[in-house]
Design a protein around this ligand. Structure first.
Ligand code: SAM
Length: 457
C-alpha cells in the first residue's frame, strides 16, 4: 500500500542527519520517511524546512545547524551556496574522499551486485583548489551589461562566480578581461527564451605547461563584426595563443557546435602530460585536472602493461593521451574515437612525439568495434574511458568477442561503470579492484580505474 508522506510543504523539521546521498546531500528520516537536506552533513542535528514532496521522499532546505559535525568547514567560494558548480566545499577534504569511496562502493554493490570487489581509498590532491584548466561560462545580459558566470543551482540564473576556487587563477583573470571586452565591443548575449542574440558561452582553456590560454566564443551564426575587433584586442595579450569562434545554432544546451572560425592566433593550444606534448583543438576533450590526470594515467599503465609486448585498444581515446602514453611501454596501440577533430589531434600528437606504434580510427565505438571484432582484430588489453553514460552494450559485447586478457575501465560515473562491470563479469571477466582518483575535488564527481581479468575457461 502506498504510504502517505508524513510531512507537509513548509513544515519545519528537526532531523538527525545519518548519511549522504550520492550527490552529497545530507539524508535524515522523519517518522521513517526519507528527507534530503542539501548542505547538511552526517552527524549533525539540523532544523530544515520541507520544500518539495516527491514519491517516497522529501527535499528540505537547511535552516539551522543545531549540532555541527566535525567535518563541516567554511566554504572557500563566497558564492558556494548559490552556485551549482561545486557541492562539497562545506566538508573537509578527507571527508570528501571518504564520501567518494562510499559512493563507488555503494554503486558497485547496489547496481553491479559486485560487493566482493575491493574499492580502494581515493587518491586525493595535496592542494585540492584551483585545479581546473578549463571553464565554460554562461553569458547573461544583466540590464544591458554582459556578465559571465555559472548557473545557480537548478536555475538558469547566472551567478557571477568567475573567481571560482576550482579554476586556475589565470582563467578567472581572463574571464574578467573577456567580460570587460564583451561590454566594450557590445557583443549581444544570446537570449535562451527568444533565441535571439549572438554569444552563448565563453570557454577558456589553459595550458598548464605554458601558462597560455585559448578563448572560444560560442555564438549563433548571426553576423557580429565586433567579434573580430574584440579577438584582435584579446590576442594582443601575449598569454592568449588562440581566439576561436565556435558556431552553435542548435536548440539544446550542448556547449559546442560543429564549426570553428579562428579569429586570432592559432587553431590549437598545446599542453604537456606525462612528459608528452599534446595539441588540443577547441572542441576536443582534454582532462580538466592535469595534476590528477598524470596519477590516473599511471594507474592505467600499471593495470594495462605487464610484459611490454601487449597490443592495446584504447576506446574513447580523445586526442590520444592514454594511447600515446601507453604506446611508449607496449608493442602497439590502436585508438578509437568519435570526434573527428580529436582524432586529427591524436594523429598530430603521435607525429609531434615521434611515436610510430600508434594508430587512430574515427568512429562510434558501438559501430566500429563490432566490425573490427568481425575482422579479427586482436588485443591483449582494452582500455575504455567512456562519457558519463558508459559503454554501449554493442561495444561491450564486441570487447568480449575480441577477448583481451585484461580490460582497464576508466570512468567518471560510478553508476554506469557498475552496470558495465556487471555485464563484463557475466561474460567471464573478474573485476579485481577499483581505484578512485579524485579528479574533481569539492564536487561530488569521482573518477575510477577498474582492472578486469579474463577468467580461465
Ligand atoms: C571521457 S573522454 C576520454 C578521452 C581520453 N581517454 C582522455 O583521457 O582524455 C570520452 C571521449 O569519448 C568520446 N566519445 C563519446 N561517445 C563516443 C562513442 N560512442 N564512440 C567513441 N568515442 C566516443 C568523446 O568524444 C570523448 O573524447
Amino acid at each position: 500500500m502506498k504510504r502517505e508522506a508524513p510531512v507537509k510543504e513548509g513544515q519545519v523539521l528537526e532531523l538527525e542527519i545519518t548519511g549522504f546521498s550520492h550527490a552529497g546531500e545530507g539524508i535524515g528520516r522523519y517518522a521513517g520517511f526519507t528527507v534530503f537536506v542539501p548542505y547538511a552533513v552526517p552527524g549533525e542535528r539540523v532544523l530544515c524546512r520541507v520544500e518539495q514532496i516527491r514519491k517516497g521522499f522529501a527535499i528540505a532546505k537547511l535552516d539551522k545547524v543545531l549540532d555541527r559535525a566535525e567535518t563541516r568547514q567554511e566554504p572557500a567560494c563566497p558564492d558556494f551556496f548559490k552556485c551549482g558548480g561545486s557541492h562539497l566545499q562545506h566538508i573537509s577534504y578527507s571527508a570528501q574522499l571518504a564520501f567518494k569511496q562510499k559512493v563507488v562502493a555503494d554503486a558497485v554493490q547496489r547496481i553491479g551486485k559486485l560487493g566482493d570487489v575491493p574499492v580502494h581509498f581515493p587518491i586525493g590532491m595535496e592542494m585540492p583548489w584551483r585545479y581546473r584548466n578549463k571553464a565554460a561560462f554562461q553569458v547573461a545580459d544583466d540590464n544591458g551589461r554582459i556578465r559571465l558566470g555559472f548557473f545557480a543551482e537548478e536555475t538558469h540564473q547566472v551567478v557571477a562566480a568567475y573567481d571560482c576556487m576550482l579554476l586556475h587563477r589565470q582563467i578567472s583573470e581572463f574571464a574578467a578581461v573577456v567580460e570587460m571586452l564583451l561590454n566594450k565591443y557590445k557583443v549581444p548575449a544570446y537570449d535562451w527564451k527568444t533565441h535571439r542574440g549572438v554569444l552563448r558561452h565563453v570557454v577558456i582553456r589553459r595550458s598548464w605547461a605554458h601558462n597560455k590560454v585559448m578563448i572560444v566564443l560560442v555564438t549563433t551564426s548571426e553576423k557580429c563584426i565586433n567579434l573580430h575587433a574584440m579577438a584582435r584586442d584579446l590576442h594582443r595579450n601575449p598569454s592568449v595563443v588562440s581566439v576561436v569562434r565556435n558556431i552553435n545554432d542548435g536548440p539544446g544546451r550542448n556547449i559546442f557546435g560543429n564549426s570553428n572560425v579562428v579569429l586570432a592566433g592559432r587553431e590549437t593550444i598545446e599542453d604537456k602530460l606525462c612528459g608528452l606534448t599534446f595539441v588540443i583543438s577547441p572542441t576536443s576533450f582534454f582532462q580538466v585536472n592535469p595534476v590528477q590526470t598524470e596519477i590516473l594515467y599511471q594507474k592505467v599503465r600499471q593495470y594495462a602493461v605487464e610484459t611490454g609486448k601487449e597490443t592495446v585498444l584504447d576506446l574513447y581515446c580523445g586526442i590520444g593521451t592514454i594511447a600515446l602514453y601507453l604506446a611508449q611501454f607496449t608493442e602497439k596501440v590502436i585508438g578509437l574515437e568519435v570526434h573527428e577533430a580529436a582524432v586529427a589531434d591524436a594523429a598530430a600528437n603521435a607525429r609531434i612525439n615521434g611515436i610510430g606504434n600508434a594508430e587512430f580510427i574515427v568512429g562510434r565505438a558501438e559501430d566500429r568495434l563490432p566490425k573490427l571484432a568481425a575482422q579479427g582484430v586482436k588485443a591483449d588489453v582494452v582500455v575504455v574511458d567512456p562519457p558519463r553514460k558508459g559503454v554501449d552494450k554493442r561495444a561491450l559485447q564486441a570487447i568480449c568477442d575480441i577477448g583481451p586478457e585484461r580490460i582497464v575501465y576508466v570512468s567518471c560515473d560510478s553508476a554506469s561503470m557498475a552496470r558495465d562491470l556487471a555485464f563484463l563479469r557475466h561474460r567471464g571477466y573478474g573485476v579485481r579492484e577499483i581505484q578512485p582518483v579524485d579528479m574533481f575535488p569539492q564536487t561530488h564527481h569521482v573518477e575510477c580505474v577498474a582492472l578486469l581479468k579474463r577468467k580461465e575457461a
